[in-house]
Design a binder for this molecule. Structure first.
Ligand code: FES
Length: 107
């Protein structure tokens, strides 16, 4: 199974085995990754699953659609070029080793 590395607010790293076809957010919630709130449960309407994707992986992802883009404009922490909503990233074998950083705040 692909491994996802979550860099937490305190700088520590949690590594989680992720199911192919699940979302980066679902794996975070299942593993109690603090700082990914995911209040809407993954329906792309809350933006509380915001993460920063490591540069090495950003180009392997499909770009955000209009809805995700709009929500990213309103995230609580700064929007960066690496900002994504973790519920909109589907785990594939190609994403093994994906590293994401949890932002300071989600709301
Ligand atoms: S969980 Fe709500 S937008 Fe991702």
């Amino acid at each position: 199974m692909p491994m996802i590395h979550y860099i937490l607010k305190d700088g520590s790293i949690r590594s989680v085995e992720a199911k192919i076809g699940s979302s980066v957010m679902e794996n975070a919630v299942r593993s109690n990754i603090r700082g990914i709130d995911a209040e809407c449960g993954g329906s792309c309407s809350c933006a509380t699953c915001h993460i920063y994707v490591d540069d090495a992986f950003i180009n392997r992802l499909q770009p955000p659609d209009d809805m995700e883009n709009e929500l990213l404009d309103g995230v609580a922490s700064a929007r960066l070029t690496s900002s994504r909503l973790s519920c909109q990233i589907t785990v594939t074998a190609d994403l093994d080793g994906l590293t994401v950083r949890v932002p300071e705040a989600q709301s």
